[in-house]
Design a protein around this ligand. Structure first.
Ligand SMILES: C[S@@+](CC[C@H](N)C(=O)[O-])C[C@H]1O[C@@H](n2cnc3c(N)ncnc32)[C@H](O)[C@@H]1O
Length: 699
């Protein structure tokens, strides 16, 4: 496109140029430039909770979900079905079938509580683990937290070609020529939803990736986040190296940071690149303050760049003081025309080979700096040349901010400074930390907790460092990981919170897939997805949840205390964490069997999450109440608006209730009822459950 514009500029005929310009503009609006990849069959979801009935779209539990049938009748447990594409009729036992929804068809989610761990009485804050396909979970999270999330960290499948992930329930391998476009279709859909969760004013999306997809991902990110500040850093995660045929041995992976609004990484005392925990990367309290050299170096450092900054400084060598400051000789005048006062030597800003340079400060500023004691005579080198020093603007700013203090003056009038607070710096963009070793602090650490159940977890410290850069100054941050795998992210957040007493909250989403070998094994034994025997070996139930519980309790899967200390904070692993987590499974309701108002208890976990997940998630049995007031969960629901006055009176006594849900189908009535609740968050719930939580409609 750029070349066309260059050629266009060469067209002499103005009218023709304008006409061509118009056509090109029209074309560039219709033609897509950038990352082009093919769309694929829509992804579909098995809905194990929904009963198979006449008219349902189904697939075989043991087959691919994309092979869909429509049930035309059911008799004696046998469904007569037509294949949706071939229209071939088949008779299949109902128990072998599962209902299926294509992405785009409305479905009705709820969160089914599976388990919980409460290891902190003091903190009423709860993290969550949601077992779900992340596409649906993200749609639900959009209802809950649109624009509210501070940090999303994801480690998606890297598309290695080694059947490490499934598209539409089918492994994608190296022989699949659509491998990259399938991966891009999958990730694009999820990133579009993820973007809606992020706080546009200040948040970050962090994505780890390796050489297989980093180029495609980078292009996609540019397209999806044109407004963001995107940076990719390199993280050494395996210094031993993994050999690649005819290539360099790989030691690293990449981390994309997509920063929205004011988001910026925290300053640090660790460069992340230089020798471990440099210490000298930060200027610690008590360290000497560096005085800068007055002689300008690098660009614009010659006399002709700044005649005002080319002047002599007269030094009394005997007393070792600056006696006076001469004037610039002016453009074209030789410095030899300037007379040096008796008893002094003239110091000019000179580079090697007698090249005339310039000072950092003009004469008036330098004279003022000497008066203030912020410029001084430096040392004499072996060649007998004096250096002149001054305090640069950074240090002067620090003096006015108070992190550096003037504690006196030396006998020649120069200030004596003391650093009061550590001065931190930006980390570098290549990270080389032993603690990021994915084998030692990922696989080995995870195995020590739950045994060998999961391949390729991240190092908990690499996640700790990565996320901490963006939440260090946000003690109440909300963090989401929707490719949670073994649950390293919550482990890292627990570590961050335990270090500084923060209340950061983490929501992890992971599916419950079993490994390919496991699946073969289970099928051989006659189990199919959806069976308890199958599901209990899935990642969410077999890996993420046990790791989460054990790391919080400080024990391994056999109940023995964990050995060793965490590398950060030197905290014994056996101490566990003061942390609470609720484990949910995203389920789907059958729209034909949901009667008005009856499903309120099913909505409670969703409402609890929306209200900030305070206190243990309540489980209500009786949906017939006219109101539900839950001070420990900080929310209340007016179920029957006829009882508004009574409700209003009651909640006056609970200032801790910050979120109010009102069930009404009348927008006007809702507005009227919330008029007095300006200081609380209020939400309208429709009487029909389905209208509140219909998802998957591509809205
Ligand atoms: C590379 S792993 C993440 C590993 C994780 N960072 C750790 O340290 O354990 C990616 C995980 O995402 C999960 N996953 C893949 N596709 C998913 C989907 N569509 N919905 C939810 N989870 C998915 C897989 O189960 C896999 O465990």
């Amino acid at each position: 496109m750029a070349a066309i514009h260059d050629l266009l500029a060469q067209v002499q005929d103005e009218a023709l140029r304008a006409r061509l310009e118009q056509e090109i503009n029209r074309l560039s609006k219709t033609k897509k430039f950038g990352l082009v990849f093919e769309g694929h069959l829509p992804e579909c979801t098995p809905l194990y909770d929904i009963p198979v009935k006449k008219g349902a779209v189904v697939a075989k539990k043991a087959g691919a979900v994309s092979e869909m049938y429509e049930v035309s009748s059911i008799k004696d447990g046998i469904a007569t079905c037509y294949h949706k594409v071939t229209e071939v009729m088949d008779e299949i036992p109902v128990e072998e079938l599962v209902c299926v929804a294509e992405f785009g068809e409305p479905i009705y989610p709820y969160l089914k509580p599976i388990d919980s761990i409460c290891n902190s009485d003091e903190s009423d804050l709860w993290h969550s683990l949601i077992e779900a396909d992340n596409y649906h979970a993200l749609q639900l999270l959009e209802y809950l937290y649109a624009g509210k999330v501070d940090c999303i960290y994801i480690d998606p499948p890297y598309n290695t070609g080694a059947r490490d992930w499934k598209y539409n329930n089918d492994y994608v391998d190296g022989a699949d020529s659509y491998r990259h476009s399938k991966w891009l279709s999958m990730i694009q859909k999820r990133l579009r939803l993820a973007k809606k969760l992020l706080n546009p004013k200040d948040s970050v999306l962090i994505i780890t990736i390796d050489e297989k997809e980093y180029l495609h991902l980078g292009c996609l990110l540019e397209e999806l986040f044109p407004e963001a500040n995107i940076q990719m850093i390199t993280d050494v995660i395996n210094a031993k190296g993994v050999s690649r045929i005819n290539q360099f041995s790989r030691v690293e992976e990449y981390i994309f940071f997509i920063q929205l609004g004011d988001s910026k990484p925290a300053l640090t005392n660790d460069s992340m690149l230089d020798f471990e925990m440099t210490g000298n990367y930060a200027q610690n309290a008590g360290d000497a303050i560096p005085w800068a050299r007055m002689l300008r170096r690098g660009s614009n450092s010659h006399r002709e760049h700044s005649e005002n900054c080319f002047y002599p400084i007269f030094v009394n060598e005997e007393k070792e003081v600056i006696e006076s400051v001469g004037y610039p000789p002016g453009k074209g005048n030789s410095r030899d025309n300037i007379t040096t006062p008796a008893g002094c030597v003239a110091i000019w800003p000179m580079h090697a080979n007698n090249v005339e340079g310039c000072w950092q400060l003009s004469r008036p500023k330098f004279v003022k700096a000497i008066e203030d004691g912020t410029a001084k005579l430096g040392r004499k080198n072996k060649l007998g040349q004096w250096s002149i020093n001054y305090l640069n603007q950074g240090i002067l700013n620090e003096i006015s901010e108070g992190s550096v203090e003037i504690i006196g003056k030396d006998e020649k009038g120069a200030v004596i400074l003391e650093r009061k607070e550590d001065k931190l710096n930006s980390a570098k963009s290549v990270w080389n930390r032993k603690s990021h070793d994915a084998s030692l602090y990922g696989s080995v650490l995870l195995s020590s907790i739950i045994g060998k159940r999961f391949s390729y977890p991240k190092s908990v410290y690499s996640e700790y460092d990565t996320i901490r850069f963006f939440v260090a100054n946000k003690p109440n941050a909300l963090i989401v990981d929707f490719f949670a795998g073994s649950g390293t992210t919550l482990h890292a957040i627990n570590l961050i919170n335990s270090e500084d007493g923060g209340h950061r909250r983490c929501i992890m989403v992971t599916n419950n897939e079993v490994s390919e070998d496991e699946a073969k094994n289970l099928l051989k034994q006659g189990y199919v997805p959806g069976d308890d025997e199958w599901e209990k070996l899935g990642i969410a139930q077999y890996v993420t949840w046990p790791r989460t519980k054990c790391s919080i309790k400080g024990i391994d899967i056999k109940g023995k205390a964990l050995k060793g200390n965490y590398l950060v904070g030197d905290k014994p692993m056996a101490d566990g964490f003061k942390s609470n987590v609720a484990f949910f499974k995203l389920g789907f309701l059958d729209k034909t069997s949901i009667a008005l108002g009856r499903q309120l208890e099913k909505m409670i976990p969703i409402l609890w999450l929306k209200a900030g997940a305070h206190g243990r998630c309540p489980q209500l049995q009786d949906g017939k109440k006219s109101m539900i007031i839950l001070p420990e969960n900080r929310f209340a629901i007016l179920v029957d608006d006829k009882h508004y006055l009574e409700f209003d009176e009651k909640i006056k006594g609970y200032p801790e209730i910050q979120t109010i849900y009102i069930v009404t189908d009348s927008e006007a009535g809702y507005r009227e009822m919330i008029a007095g609740y300006e200081n609380r968050n209020t939400f309208q719930l429709y009487r029909d459950y389905l209208d509140n939580f219909r998802i998957n409609t591509g809205r």
